[in-house]
Design a protein around this ligand. Structure first.
Ligand SMILES: Cc1cc2nc3c(=O)[nH]c(=O)nc-3n(C[C@H](O)[C@H](O)[C@H](O)COP(=O)(O)OP(=O)(O)OC[C@H]3O[C@@H](n4cnc5c(N)ncnc54)[C@H](O)[C@@H]3O)c2cc1C
Length: 393
């Protein structure tokens, strides 16, 4: 086993850290106003961030999975605007990778270069108000028509929803038969007649990544924009879940490191009772635990990347990673706030924003409870059952 990065990966990490430090100067403002950083988006596009995962043939950099993890970890570590990083992660790992992994050559040629260049912003739409963890309970329907489908329904809590140009939308194409073939994934451009972003949803954190509700009123989708085949939706969703859960965790590992570093600096300089607070046991233990969480999170991240580099399925590992990183980040942000005392609690420090930003991590991409349930399922316990389909998922 070799836990070291090679020279190229080390140089990539350094380059991305330097670039990421140029982003996020307006993070506080974007958080306050809930605005999407279009300039930051364009800078990331020019630097190549949006195309790291795609092959050069489609305008990307074709990074291998370990280098991808290195790059997105460094982006999360260096960019203070977690909302912008979250928007990028959704664009790449919840939209672009679907097209890379399951698109036809024609679909890839049409959309991947424009997603890599940042000309198009991507989103994915699965969740509905009545179908969250239980995605197979979704009611959005796709009715077959000559030459395509008509989609009707609505989607909720869609990251990038209000600003996206392209959506991967999941809809029901069958109401009976096995769960695994009830859904189909569709590639839907924003300007499709009948698709409306009904409202923007305000949230606690990650406010620089706009979230929205989408209504589909008989939206016509031609057959050539079906992703995979009819009935493949659930299989595609699960096949991309290790990318989404695994690689969206990379930037969060970067945030773990940023919180640790800034907390250590504070604990060294802040004096109480005539000594730096970093000399007191209560503070040292918290910092030690923050460090252990960072190391464990990183090990899990690179295990997932290592598996993907070998074209292996990494679903259980990505679920463990997602669960561990999001919970670790929550605890680490709480510890950072505690160590920063009143300063950490005020809006004058970045710590309270970091805390609000990390809280969504235990919900998006499948809640911690659902990850635990899936992990228990692959460890020999019975699997969860959807309300609409009685067989285990
Ligand atoms: C920041 C953010 C970004 C998001 N972005 C997107 C996006 O881009 N696209 C998209 O489609 N969706 C998105 N979502 C929605 C997200 O995927 C859902 O919120 C999530 O799947 C949970 O669904 P829910 O909120 O309806 O909660 P519910 O499923 O109603 O769950 C409520 C509570 O019950 C628990 N629970 C439910 N079922 C079980 C069970 N079987 N066992 C144990 N506990 C259970 C849950 O863990 C949770 O604690 C986003 C959410 C957030 C917070």
């Amino acid at each position: 086993m070799d836990f070291a990065l090679d020279a190229e990966q080390t140089a990539l990490r350094k380059r991305v850290l330097e670039f990421a430090a140029t982003l996020g100067a307006q993070a506080e403002q974007h958080d306050h106003d809930a605005t999407f950083d279009r300039d930051g988006w364009r800078s990331c596009a020019s630097f190549g961030v949006l195309g790291w995962a795609a092959s050069p043939e489609y305008g990307g950099a074709g990074l291998d999975p370990v280098s991808l993890a290195v790059a997105y970890e460094a982006l999360g570590r260096g960019c203070a605007d977690n909302g912008l990083v979250f928007a990028i992660n959704n664009h790449v790992f919840a939209c672009l990778v679907y097209l890379i992994a399951h698109g036809t050559p024609a679909q890839r040629r049409r959309f991947v270069p424009r997603l890599c260049s940042g000309e198009m912003i991507g989103a994915h739409a699965i969740t509905e108000y009545e179908a969250g963890s239980d995605i197979l309970a979704m009611r959005t329907r796709a009715a077959r028509t000559p030459g395509g489908y008509r989609l009707s329904g609505s989607k909720a809590f869609i990251s990038n929803g209000p600003v996206a140009d392209l959506y991967i939308i999941f809809a029901r194409t069958s109401s009976d038969g096995p769960a695994q073939s009830a859904l189909t994934a569709f590639i839907v451009p924003r300007d499709s007649p009948g698709l409306t972003v009904t409202r923007e949803i305000q949230k606690l954190g990650l406010r620089g990544a706009p979230m929205g509700e989408i209504t589909l009123d008989e939206v016509r989708v031609p057959a050539e924009l079906v992703l995979g085949s009819e009935g493949d939706g659930y299989r595609i969703f699960m096949a991309c879940a290790d990318w989404e859960r695994g690689f969206m965790s990379a930037s969060q590992v970067g945030v773990l490191e940023r919180l640790l570093t800034s907390t250590v600096a504070f604990a060294r300089s802040r004096q109480q009772f005539g000594r730096p607070i970093g000399e007191y046991q209560g503070v040292r233990e918290k910092v030690a635990d923050m460090r252990v969480r960072l190391e464990l999170a990183r090990l899990l991240l690179y295990k997932v990347a290592w598996l993907k580099a070998r074209d292996r399925i990494a679903l259980p590992e990505a679920g463990m990673l997602k669960l561990y990183v999001s919970e670790a980040l929550k605890q680490t942000a709480l510890d950072a706030l505690q160590i920063h005392g009143a300063r950490g609690y005020t809006t004058e420090s970045a710590i309270e924003r970091e805390l609000r930003d990390v809280l969504g991590g235990t919900v998006w991409g499948g809640t911690s409870e659902m990850q635990r349930s899936l992990i228990a399922g692959v460890t020999g316990l019975p699997r969860p059952v959807s309300s609409n389909h009685r067989e285990p998922l």
